[in-house]
Design a protein around this ligand. Structure first.
Ligand SMILES: [Zn+2]
Ligand SMILES: [Zn+2]
Length: 187
């Protein structure tokens, strides 16, 4: 039997491949304001994963509702966040610590531009490249400190993440899924 021609098949790039895995990992998230996922790789291998969720053993947003918190931003505007969970990026870094996996020189893939807190952890973990599929409204400081720290940051689209009840009335409409918040290791 003749070999079937395969030229119609479009093999994904490494970035597309890992980003697709990020979306699968995020499905385990337990806060509906995002269900973000994160994958950390080194030499094209996955060395850690994480998704948004409460600390192990504590109730999840999906069970008891969000823990909403209002923040006054530098420009005086309010923004609202669910703070019950650890972020996907945070949990991926923590999972590496839990299993003794060194992240120096690694690449982190995530759904949105990481928040300022996760960005600081990413820098100190020794991660050297960050790839996000879309932007985050609170991501300006992250971009500044990534640039200052020499982290290579690749945003795959300029789509801005939005979600329900994210701030003052005048702000962004409420889409279905969104925000980034941490995750919990898969156990
Ligand atoms: Zn929540
Ligand atoms: Zn974060």
């Amino acid at each position: 039997m003749p070999e079937q021609k395969k030229e119609d098949y479009c093999r994904p790039s490494w970035d597309d491949y890992f980003m697709e895995i990020v979306s699968v990992v995020g499905k385990r998230g337990t806060c509906g304001r995002g269900r973000s996922g994160c994958v950390i790789t080194k030499d094209k291998r996955i060395i850690s994963t994480g998704y948004v969720g409460s600390p192990i053993g504590l109730p999840h947003c999906d069970e008891v509702g969000h823990e909403m918190h209002t923040v006054i931003k530098a420009d005086g505007k309010e923004s609202r966040h669910c703070i019950r969970t650890s972020h996907a990026e945070e949990n991926a870094i923590i999972q590496a610590a839990r299993f003794g996996v060194k992240l120096t020189g690694s690449t982190l893939y995530c759904k949105m531009t990481p928040c300022y807190t996760c960005a600081k952890m990413i820098i100190n973990a020794g991660i050297v490249r960050v790839v996000a599929s879309q932007d985050y409204h609170g991501g300006a400081r992250t971009k500044e400190i990534f640039a200052a720290a020499g982290i290579q940051f690749n945003l795959l689209s300029d789509k801005m993440t939005t979600y329900a009840d994210m701030g003052p009335k005048e702000s962004v409409p409420a889409p279905e899924e969104p925000e980034l918040i941490g995750l919990e290791p898969p156990f």
